[in-house]
Structure formats: C-alpha cells, structure tokens
Design a protein around this ligand. Structure first.
Ligand code: AMP
Length: 398
C-alpha cells in the first residue's frame, strides 16, 4: 500500500490544514504531564512553516460532551506549542464560528492558527458532512498527521479528506512513518518474529491475535488476558481477570497456533495477591497453585526468565500490552523485566499502545526501542489487517 506523503505534494505558500493528535495527558491543574504527542507532530508543522504555508492545526483533547468546556480547551496545548515552536500560536475562540473562519481567511504565510477542541463540535464524531466541508473550505491542502485517531471516521479525519484531490492531501511525516512501520512489520518481518501481547482484556485484542497467529513465529501472552487462556486449558485461576465467554475463542487461537507451528507461550507462574491493592499480601506461585480467591496481578520470576529466553533469537518483536498491573510497583517487576529484555535484544522492536509506551518510559528503555507507536487503538486495527478510515483517502496504490 502506498499513501500520498506530505513531501510528495506541492504545499509551498498554501494554506494547510493539519489534523494532529494532541490528546495529551494532563494533571488536575491542567499541566501537560507528557508532551510526546505534541513533539512528534513538530516535524510536519515546521516543514509547513518552512514552506511558507499558513498553518491551521486541529486536534481533539479528552472527551467533552456538551460543547465548550474550559477544562477541555486547547489553551495548555497552544502554550506548549508556542514554547516548542518559539513562535506565536493564535488560538481560535472555537472550531468553526464566523470569527474563527475570518481569522483563518486572513492567516498569513508562516502564521499558525490552532482551532479549539474538535470535539466541542457534536458533528466531529458523527462525521457530519457540513462540518467536514466547513473545515475543508478553510484550506488549500489537507494533511493528516493524527495516527492515534486515524481508525475513527470523524469529520476532521475522514470527512474532510473527501474535499481534496490526491495532489492536495497527504499523510504528515508522523502518520507516514507509523503506517510504513506497521505494514512492513506485519507483511515483511525479519524472522523469528515474536509478538508479545498483554494488558487486561482478550476482547480488545482478539482480532489482532487472530491476525497475528498466521504471521508470527512465536506469541507470548502475559497480563490479565493470559488467565482466559489458562482457564481454557483447565487451570484454577482464582479471582484473576477472566472473560469466560471468550474461552472457546482462546482455545481456537491456541489450536490454530499449534496447527501452524507457532510457539505459544503462557505464564508458568504469577504474582498472586489477596486483593487488587498495592498493600495486599502477595506471593509468587506456579499457575498450578494460585490460592482460591487470590488473583494473578503480574507474571512470576520463572515466567520472566522463560519469556526473556524466548525473545533471545528474535529479529522482530511487536509488543502491545503490559505483563501485569505495572502502575503498582509491587506488580511491575514482570513488565520491567520484559521491557529490559526487549530493549536489550538485537531485534527491530515496535511498541504499540498507550500503556506499553508509558511502561517503557518508566523503565527508561524508551530510547532502546526501534519504534514506539503513538496510537494504541489505531495500531491494533492495523495489526487486525484493517485499512484505517483516515488513511483510506490518502491511498495512491493498493
Ligand atoms: P489494555 O488496555 O488492555 O492494554 O490493558 C492495560 C491494563 O491492563 C493496565 O492498566 C494494567 O494494569 C492491566 N493489567 C495487566 N495485567 C493485569 C492483571 N493480571 N490483572 C488485572 N489487570 C491487569
């Protein structure tokens, strides 16, 4: 699949609308606690400024439900963008009111206008064609650089793109890089290709697992989702997280892996606790010995060693989902060990999903990973083999 890219079209002196993903975490005082999503969009924004474009930027932020809400305003993001770009950022009073449109119409080359939170407009998530057209009318060129929302058919992601021909719309540098990485990894990985899947729920990752089985050499399952597989195999898992209705599906996945010769790894021991609590009494037990009423909240030491060993000969590692409740120090050891094992491997390593990205930052392995994806849901849908709605409009060749 080849998609149109920003450096392949003529944007010089044009008015450019860039959809970014500035949905950053903030604390209770509205301080941005992690600005990676803003920083990773700078390449595209600077490229437009350097090409004398007038730049209109749009993003969503949080989940406002009833129009304008101060706590969801992009004010803190405008400030951070100002600090990073070292130039004035005009923050529009809203998304598409007359005043905003007038500011957009008068925007000069080199100037940057940030629209207010896209989700203040109810039409955004409904992919309202009128809103999409109004946004499109603001600019000559549309750039999508919001990988994190490209799996959503929203007005500023999908609807807007319909109003531009292929010479006037493209993926920004960030989106192009993410798409290329995932397609390359899924379609032409260097082998052995190992996928590590963790996190809380099987349901959220079932499609991705199904699509991965025929493509990988090994699958390593950790986190809460492992217990559905372990229960399917007949183990007593106490009060550990489980999705009973998915047990037949878990069995099918394991049978399919066996048929295809894919090595399927599950935990052999866990850190079990009396309650879901950082103060709870906890101990390492083999999966045969999880006490009644206890829950497995991390992989155990034998499992960490086993998984690390299974990773040793990998040439490609795709990792999505932590091995335990890494937010609590007591249950973070397994995830930390796996993070170090992935980081110290000689494989191409791709980390996807917000939690896993957060985890490798905490373990200080971030710089050792080949690629950390900014979008969790979007990367899973790519692995599932779907064409993302926000990318579809930018395809030149299938
Ligand atoms: P997900 O959004 O599906 O990737 O899940 C991430 C979440 O899974 C994190 O917040 C972890 O705390 C949680 N998690 C990982 N392992 C377990 C477990 N054994 N039991 C409960 N929650 C878990």
């Amino acid at each position: 699949m080849i998609i149109q890219e920003i450096n392949k079209i003529d944007i010089a002196n044009k008015k450019v609308f860039i959809r970014c993903d500035f949905n950053v975490p903030v604390d209770e005082y509205q301080n941005i606690t992690d600005d990676r999503r803003i920083k990773s969009a700078l390449n595209t924004i600077r490229y437009c400024i350097d090409n004398d474009c007038a730049v209109i930027i749009a993003s969503h932020f949080g989940r406002p439900k009833k129009g304008y809400e101060e706590k969801y305003s992009l004010k803190p993001i405008a400030k951070r963008l100002h600090t990073l770009l070292k130039q004035e950022i005009k923050l529009a009073p809203n998304v598409v009111c007359d005043e905003t449109i007038s500011i957009a119409n008068h925007l000069q080359s080199g100037e940057v206008l940030l629209l207010e939170n896209m989700r203040f407009e109810p039409g955004e998530t409904k992919n309202d064609p009128v809103l999409a057209k109004t946004l499109a009318d603001m600019a000559d060129v549309f750039i999508n650089d919001a990988f994190g929302v490209s799996h959503r058919a929203h007005a500023s992601v999908e609807g807007i793109a319909k109003h531009f021909d292929i010479e006037h719309k493209a993926a920004g540098f960030l989106l192009a890089k993410e798409i290329k990485f995932f397609y390359h990894i899924i379609e032409a990985p260097k082998r052995p290709f190992v996928s590590i899947v963790g996190g809380s729920k099987v349901s959220g990752k079932l499609e991705a697992l199904r699509n991965l089985v025929p493509k990988v050499d090994k699958i390593i399952i950790g986190g809460g989702m492992a217990f559905t597989f372990l229960k399917a195999l007949g183990y007593e898992i106490g009060n550990s997280l489980v999705e009973d209705e998915l047990i037949p599906e878990a069995l099918t996945i394991m049978e399919e892996a066996k048929k295809l010769g894919v090595k399927f790894y599950l935990p052999v021991d866990v850190i079990a606790a009396e309650a879901f609590d950082s103060e709870a009494f906890a101990k390492a037990v083999t999966i045969q010995e999880i006490p009644k009423g206890w829950m497995g909240l991390d992989i155990g030491p034998a499992t960490s060693t086993l998984f690390a060993q299974a990773l040793e000969d990998a040439h490609t590692i795709l990792w999505n989902g932590p091995m335990g409740v890494y937010e609590m120090d007591k249950f973070a050891k397994g995830s930390t060990k796996i993070s170090h094992a992935v980081a110290s491997s000689y494989a191409t390593t791709v980390v996807g999903g917000g939690d896993t990205a957060d985890l490798v930052r905490r373990t200080e392995d971030e710089d050792e990973m080949t690629f950390i994806s900014t979008g969790g849901g979007a990367s899973l849908e790519l692995i599932e083999g779907k064409v993302l709605p926000g990318v579809k409009a930018l395809i030149i060749e299938k």
